[in-house]
Write a protein that binds this ligand. Structure first.
Ligand SMILES: [Zn+2]
Length: 590
């Protein structure tokens, strides 16, 4: 597995963008992830205008961030004269200008709070956001601190009127990002002795020290924990390091108590970095599946890098330094260096130097699972070749090396990532054939012996006796773009036993269909990699032949029983592989 991955990494090293790695030094894994745009920033605020989106993308490109999650895309309340809502307009513009670079969270309109049916109306807003493609729901610190009802009382974080909202988010699979409270210093005396004075003096409204007006700091955190406890099927990403970067023990206990709670890092590395780094590192190791990379990068009328005040606005170059410091904190063991958001306070921080296996979880794997429903559909590009070749199972040939690989490593049912069985897949095409190549790291093969030499091994009436009940690689390919429920299925086992069938109109399946496809399998027991090379006659897909630019529906799967891995190119997010509404794309290119 390591061999495949490092070959892929080396191949992509040639295409590294400027600034991704420092001059002369060999690239680290993280440099390569940045060059491949794998990193997801789960906490951004983008004003969706052409210019501000473009500025954000330029900075993300330079820093090596692939996807930004815009938490403030607006509400679904219709615009003037019933026109499209703010959310709809913002998402549409970002998707048109920069497809695949941003996901958007919907926000709630509280205008009807005092109406007796507020809860039902709020649930409708969430449902409409879901319909319009919201990736999640964001609530900011206005609950408990700013929003007031008709009688002038502050809305409580755990007001039961909001329960149906949290519950519906869980049912729809919309993660919630929620901000409550703030640094403790915002509850301490408002004067120049306050350690957050630089920030507070420019933001009088961030000071909550007046006990007649505001609830105590701890009460806000406790009320959010009550909400999280009441909705175990809803995922709550508690922003700013679980809203309490100052108390690692509290974060540890809360994450321990609530499996549906996660924490983002947005704008809190300056605070987390003040703790003893080994202690922070232990917490990251303990909750490695629950911590998400996030910055609070904001492209508004000015840039904001975690926080801001009345100082002159940062430049694009400052933004690159900001991201570089995020990487430095997570990737090095540097001690006592000036943090990335000086306005938050005058102190230094120490890095936690996570190993690659954890770093990738924090940078993107945890977010890939959390956002699986909304992430851009993957594309496998098949490169055209002028001459056909006979299969020999040798994937190191010059021809195959010109084909770019996709990595199949997400669990189909839930999007969780399995780097231990990452499977590389490439494709080539000629006038007559589509060629596919799989490289599958394994620990132990689970196969039928002896392999059946003719016919197809399947019995729909019996459990556990069909080819797909052991280890296989699979390709589901639909050649008609407007007929997504019609596609061919190909399976090959490590014994080179194979099976093909046509799904005519799901669930109707034709096992008598014969594509005459060929395959060669090699099992390298020493390096523990099995490879499969396939050649699929294009005429078996019907009369229509691809040309450069043609797009077909595609999903790729791998079953590896020994590792309990059931992987998909694009996770179907159900127990079945037959979910064509969740397929990715096969694109034929020159
Ligand atoms: Zn924010």
């Amino acid at each position: 597995m390591r061999t495949i991955i490092s070959i892929l990494l080396l191949l992509s090293w040639a295409g590294l963008s400027a600034g991704a790695a420092s001059e002369g030094k060999p690239p680290t894994s993280a440099d390569l992830w940045r060059s491949e745009h794998l990193i997801i920033d789960l906490h951004q605020h983008i004003d969706c205008t052409t210019q501000r989106l473009a500025r954000a993308v330029k900075i993300m490109d330079a820093a090596g961030v692939g996807i930004g999650v815009n938490l403030t895309a607006g509400t679904v309340t219709p615009g003037p004269n019933g026109g499209p809502s703010e959310f709809e307009q913002n998402k549409k513009l970002a998707d048109t200008l920069f497809p695949g670079r941003f996901l958007h969270y919907v926000n709630l309109d509280y205008a009807d709070w005092d109406q007796p049916d507020f809860s039902a109306r709020a649930v409708k807003q969430i449902e409409e956001g879901y319909r319009l493609g919201a990736a999640g729901f964001k609530e900011w610190k206005r609950l408990g601190l700013y929003l007031k009802d008709g009688k002038g009382q502050l809305l409580k974080v755990d007001d039961p009127k909001l329960d149906p909202v949290w519950e519906r988010c869980g049912e729809l699979g919309l993660p919630v990002s929620i901000h409550v409270a703030d640094p403790k210093a915002f509850w301490l005396p408002y004067d120049e002795h306050n350690e957050r004075w630089k920030e507070l003096k420019d933001h009088r409204s961030w000071w909550f020290g007046d006990t007649n007006k505001f609830p105590p700091w701890k009460e806000l955190l406790e009320s959010l924990n009550r909400v999280i406890a009441r909705h175990p099927k809803t995922t709550f990403v508690c922003v700013h390091f679980a809203n309490n970067a100052e108390e690692l023990e509290w974060v540890d206990q809360s994450l321990g108590r609530y499996p549906n709670m996660m924490a983002d890092l947005a704008a809190r590395i300056p605070e987390i970095g003040r703790h003893y780094p080994e202690k922070v590192r232990r917490l990251f190791i303990k909750y490695q599946d629950r911590i998400l990379f996030a910055t609070d990068f904001q492209s508004l009328d000015r840039l904001i890098l975690g926080s801001s005040g009345n100082e002159p606005p940062p430049t694009d170059a400052d933004a690159e330094v900001f991201f570089a410091k995020e990487w430095r904190w997570l990737e090095t063991r540097d001690r006592n260096w000036p943090h990335m958001t000086p306005i938050q306070g005058d102190w230094t921080i120490s890095s936690i130097g996570l190993p690659d296996s954890l770093l990738r979880k924090v940078y993107f794997d945890n977010a890939r699972k959390l956002l699986a429903r909304s992430l851009p559909r993957p594309v496998l590009r098949a490169r055209r070749i002028s001459q056909d070749f006979e299969l020999d199972g040798c994937l190191g040939s010059p021809l195959w090396r010109t084909a770019s690989a996709v990595i199949v490593e997400q669990t189909s049912a839930d999007g969780s990532v399995r780097p231990d069985v990452s499977t590389a897949v490439r494709a080539l095409w000629s006038e007559k054939y589509l060629y596919m190549a799989y490289e599958c790291p394994f620990t132990e093969l689970t196969v039928f012996t002896p392999a059946q030499s003719s016919g197809k091994r399947f019995d729909l009436a019996k459990q556990g006796v069909s080819l797909w009940d052991r280890d296989v690689v699979e390709a589901f390919i639909g050649s008609e773009w407007d007929q997504p429920r019609r596609y061919a299925e190909f399976e090959v086992a490590p014994t080179n036993e194979r099976l093909d069938l046509m799904i005519l109109n799901l669930p109707e399946k034709d096992f008598s269909w014969n594509s005459k496809f060929e395959s060669v399998v090699k099992v390298d027991k020493k390096s523990r990699i099995w490879t499969c090379e396939m050649r699929l006659p294009l005429e078996s897909f019907g009369k229509v032949r691809p040309s450069p630019g043609t797009k077909w529906h595609l999903n790729l799967f791998r079953c590896d029983r020994a590792n309990k891995a059931f992987l998909a190119f694009c996770p179907t997010l159900t127990g079945s592989f037959h979910a064509p509404e969740r397929f990715g794309t096969l694109e034929f290119v020159e």
